[in-house]
Design a protein around this ligand. Structure first.
Ligand code: UD1
Ligand code: UDP
Length: 369
């Protein structure tokens, strides 16, 4: 039996981990013992616990309770505690997801103790080193022994950096999760009815990226863009706590007057809203892909994206933080042909099983050597 220490801490990581944990429990539990560690990066009930409950993710064995603070302090505190845990738990490998500070802390702690690092969602690049996520990705990939790429373009990015060993294109675990829950979401979520939006065209929006929220100019442009769309159709905005705080600090609440504001949503309500939307306007990585999975046009309020396939296929438009561009991209999106969503660049919904099998093969070969 191999012991894997999984490090998660932020909302999208719980959702990604749900897919792999399920695959491990369903098919590989005689070979893999997964111990989940929650760093505490996200801690509100609706940013954390709700996903463990709804997606039936095994309870974390430990919560390090490292609340968000400056990047260095947060990553440093996590690093110190994960190092101690690795020493006491003696895992055969560490499993990390995505590109948050929790990802980097796990990668650094394990690699310094010569414990293999397995990275899910490896190889993504925005080529914008000002994004904290880009730094986290590049450093995590550099020290990983197994690099699970969601797309061919991610593997090409790694190859361009000279990383070819341990790389496999397995597909996107978020696609696995979306496929698993999409029908259940339609069946169980009552939110569209509760918001009185059944049979109504509406737009779903999210915004939380540091590059957008930490700039008064960018955040005001974004809210102006959403307000302009809200003149035509209801705009539903489940608000990330980071964005909520900054809107208050910048005194921008007046721009929200016509927007349907919600607290962060549980996953099933979120994907039910995504499925029913006429367009999705976002700066989230995960939400861009989910828009693609459910065939809804996406408008991405960023200057670049890691999910380049969605843009190349004409299903996603980059607008940056520009109110005029956000509105006109929304208007153009309403005449998109459905053929844009025909391609399947994110795998076959079996990424999690492939990841579990690759981990076992790696650990078997290490044991035999
Ligand atoms: C983090 C990730 C980002 C990811 C996002 C997913 C990093 C550098 N960033 O960004 O890549 O896209 O998670 O949502 O790791 N807060 C709360 N309650 C919570 C969580 C956060 O109030 O449960 C507030 C706090 O004021 C905190 C702020 O949000 O300071 C930012 O949280 P943090 O985890 O630092 O970054 P995110 O913007 O959530
Ligand atoms: N999500 C959710 N409720 C919300 C907003 C997002 O369940 O109110 C889900 C969303 O469906 C996707 C994931 O959270 O699966 C994306 O996380 P987020 O946007 O926080 O981070 P990113 O993907 O940009 O790193």
């Amino acid at each position: 039996m191999y012991k894997i220490l999984t490090i998660v801490g932020a909302r999208p990581q719980f959702i990604k981990a749900a897919a792999v944990s399920r695959a491990i429990l369903d098919e590989f539990s005689t070979v893999l013992n997964e111990v989940i560690v929650h760093t505490g990066q996200h801690y509100d009930e609706n940013m954390s616990q709700v996903f463990f409950d709804e997606l039936e993710i095994p309870r974390p064995a430990v919560n390090l309770a490292v609340k968000a603070s400056s990047h260095g302090a947060m990553t440093g505190r996590m690093l110190e505690q994960i190092e101690e845990l690795i020493l006491s738990e003696q895992p055969d490998a560490i499993l990390i997801y995505g590109d948050t500070n929790s990802t980097l802390a796990g990668a650094l702690a394990a690699s310094k103790l010569h414990v293999p690092v397995f990275h899910v969602e490896a190889g993504l690049r925005s080529f914008n080193m000002k994004m904290p996520e880009e730094v986290n990705r590049i450093l995590s990939d550099r020290v990983s022994s197994l690099l699970f790429c969601p797309t061919d373009s991610a593997a090409e990015n790694l190859s361009a950096e000279g990383i070819n060993q341990g790389v496999s294109v397995v597909g996107d675990v978020m696609f696995d999760v979306a496929l698993f829950y999409q029908d259940l979401a339609k069946e169980k979520s009552r939110l569209i009815g509760e918001l009185d939006l059944s049979g109504t065209k509406y737009v779903l929006a999210t915004c939380h990226r540091a590059e957008n929220t930490d700039s008064f100019e960018r955040l005001s442009e974004i809210l102006r863009g959403l307000a302009a769309i809200a003149e035509q159709y209801p705009v539903v905005l489940p608000l990330h706590p980071r964005t909520k705080k900054l809107i208050e600090n910048y005194e921008l609440s007046n721009l929200l007057a016509k927007i349907v504001l919600l607290d962060p949503l549980p996953y099933l309500d979120m994907i039910a809203l995504e499925q029913g939307a006429t367009a999705i306007v976002t700066d989230s990585g995960g939400v861009q892909k989910e828009a693609f999975f459910c065939g809804v046009p996406c408008i991405t309020m960023r200057d670049e994206t890691e999910w380049i396939e969605t843009v190349a296929l004409g299903a996603n438009t980059l607008t940056g933080a520009d109110a005029g561009k956000i509105l006109s991209a929304f208007e153009s999106s309403q005449s998109s042909e459905s053929s844009r969503w025909a391609a399947k660049p994110y795998g076959d919904g079996q990424a999690s099983k492939a990841i579990a099998q690759h981990m076992i093969n790696f650990l078997n070969s290490k044991e035999g050597s």
